[in-house]
Write a protein that binds this ligand. Structure first.
Ligand code: IMP
Length: 197
């Protein structure tokens, strides 16, 4: 089995990506398996830049090939915002609810539909080369939150082809269509080909 670090402490992401790796020949370890994890400042201008920053810092520290991701919401009428600021749209330590409130406030005055997409950039770094892959899910935003599952902007987002929000979808169903699943499925195939796994 080839060992790869997934540079995250987010249990939801670890579960989602581990599932994609079953019978892949890759053993996933995460930052939850280390107790001296370096502090990472995500100051890139794009999702890809941020994912590369994370992968490089973690590879340089542990010398084990590393996958990482960065993701967020891009709203057409807001010229791509909140984008890389998705997690801290309403401020440094903002809650999901505060971020959602700010988004709804910013969208007041714009006509419906509020077209948007979730974007994920997934990256692999082996100390020499980066491999990158992107995934996105298109949809629209509604004007009051619905549903209790998921996290972040899920209660406001209706994926194309559905009439429920991502927060009303069952976890397994959401993960099947998620921007992260799309990006990581492609990334894992590319890693297997490049690294002969
Ligand atoms: P990160 O990739 O963990 O840095 O995610 C950044 C932020 O994007 C999260 O805090 C959420 O606000 C938002 N986000 C990313 N993926 C999702 C998703 O699947 N649903 C809802 N919000 C998301």
């Amino acid at each position: 089995m080839r060992k790869i670090i997934f540079a995250t402490q987010n249990k939801g992401k670890i579960k989602e990506v581990s599932h994609l790796l079953s019978s892949s020949g890759i053993q996933l370890i995460s930052l939850l398996d280390f107790d001296d994890v370096p502090n990472i400042i995500e100051n890139g201008k794009t999702f890809e830049e941020n994912a590369k920053i994370k992968a490089k810092i973690i590879f340089d520290k542990y010398k084990i090939p590393t996958m990482s991701d960065d993701s967020g919401l891009s709203v057409d009428q807001l010229d791509g915002s909140p984008g890389v600021f998705s997690a801290r749209y309403a401020g440094e330590n903002a809650t999901d609810e505060e971020n959602n409130d700010k988004l709804l406030c910013d969208l007041k005055g714009f006509p419906e539909p509020h077209l948007a997409k979730f974007i994920c950039s997934a990256v692999y770094y082996n100390g020499i080369n980066f491999i990158t892959s992107n995934g996105e899910v298109k949809g629209k935003l509604i004007s009051s939150p619905r549903g209790k599952n998921g996290f972040g902007y899920d209660p406001l987002f209706i994926p194309n082809g559905y009439n429920v929000t991502s927060a009303e979808l069952d976890m397994n169903e959401k993960n099947k269509i998620s921007h992260r699943a799309i990006a990581f499925k492609k990334l894992i195939n590319l890693i297997q080909t490049t690294e002969n796994i």
